[in-house]
Design a binder for this molecule. Structure first.
Ligand SMILES: [Zn+2]
Length: 339
């Protein structure tokens, strides 16, 4: 089968396109003919590699995918249109049994430690497939799958956002944040967005943000504090990390919640503990969602109430160019691969 892959870790130039052996579905798995995949930040991390990461090489990246069933399972038949839920619970551990499959003891992400969607075919457990309506394009489904489930679980399940609350989103343009803005609006919140350039802030506004704050201003956390009549916001969504976290803490009200699902600026940061206890703050992490939540949030995407933002679309043979675009970091929404 044709695939995008790498044989050694490194920058975008290690990405190749060519023939790899066909994937063979295991027990309980379905063979999907991929029609669209999408890039995520995890692709860069895996491609770059980290100490201790052991992959079978060549490795196929890709955590998002939509396509049609090539060889059927128990519930699906060849030709069925599907979108893939990349968050792989084992289905057997205590957390999976309780419906918390994103807490799975043997959790895996498609494309991270196992072969992903940047290929003509991918084998996935049948329970990871969701029927894709005719009117939703494969590209939009692939662009939505990872980021919308991530933002949904963070804001709705972990963050417990409520109508009338104020939500500050740090960063305007990434896939998760463009999803978070829409989910917070859908939940009836007032949404403030902090962004680093006008193009990104314009996108945030188009997605429904109520107020925009320019991150290049000095001490934007204080600025948000002023905007809220010195009360602070109920919830801060901070997926940036080191450069922004302290300002995020300052922007929150007493008893506020700080939500994080990642770190676009690196994983480690200093934290002034005085803000945490004196202001009764909760720092709430999560990753991905349960399968039930995936069905819920994708249903809202299918209904047009949540809209994936597509930055650019490349054909799979252009996977190196797609990675170069991801690397440059001025991306508005998702980079999609057509297969
Ligand atoms: Zn499990």
């Amino acid at each position: 089968m044709k695939a995008g892959f790498f044989r050694q870790h490194g920058g975008p130039d290690v990405m190749e396109y060519g023939d790899l052996p066909d994937t063979v579905p295991g027990p309980g798995e379905v063979l999907v003919r991929v029609r669209a995949a999408a890039l995520n930040r995890v692709d860069k991390w895996v491609r770059d590699g980290w100490p201790g990461l052991k992959l079978q090489l060549p490795h196929i990246l890709g955590s998002d995918g939509a396509g049609d069933v090539a060889a059927g399972g128990a519930q699906v038949k060849p030709g069925d249109r599907v979108v893939i839920n990349t968050s792989l619970g084992c289905g057997q551990c205590e957390f999976c049994a309780a419906g918390h499959d994103n807490w799975c003891a043997r959790w895996q992400l498609l494309g991270e430690t196992i072969a992903g969607t940047d290929a003509e075919y991918v084998s996935v457990p049948e329970r990871q497939l969701l029927a894709l309506p005719e009117h939703v394009s494969f590209e939009n489904a692939a662009a939505a799958a990872l980021v919308f489930q991530t933002a949904w679980h963070s804001l709705i399940t972990r963050g417990q956002i409520r109508p009338g609350e104020t939500v500050l989103i740090v960063g305007a343009a990434g896939g998760v944040n463009s999803a978070a803005i829409q989910i917070a609006k859908l939940a009836g919140c007032t949404v403030y967005v902090v962004g680093s350039d006008q193009r990104k802030l314009a996108l945030a506004e188009a997605l429904g943000a109520d107020a925009l704050v320019d991150r290049t201003q000095e001490d934007w956390g204080k600025r948000v504090y002023q905007l809220t009549q010195r009360r602070g916001v109920d919830v801060v969504v901070d997926n940036v990390g080191a450069p922004t976290l302290m300002a995020s803490l300052r922007a929150a009200r007493k008893g506020g919640r700080i939500l994080t699902v990642g770190n676009t600026a690196g994983p480690k940061f200093e934290l002034d503990n005085r803000y945490m206890f004196a202001r009764h703050l909760s720092l709430i992490g999560s990753t991905m969602s349960t399968r039930a939540e995936f069905a819920t949030v994708m249903g809202l995407v299918f209904a047009g109430r949540l809209k994936p933002v597509v930055d650019t679309t490349f054909a799979l043979p252009e996977i190196r160019a797609a990675h170069e675009r991801l690397e440059r970091g001025d991306v508005l929404g998702k980079i999609v691969l057509t297969v």
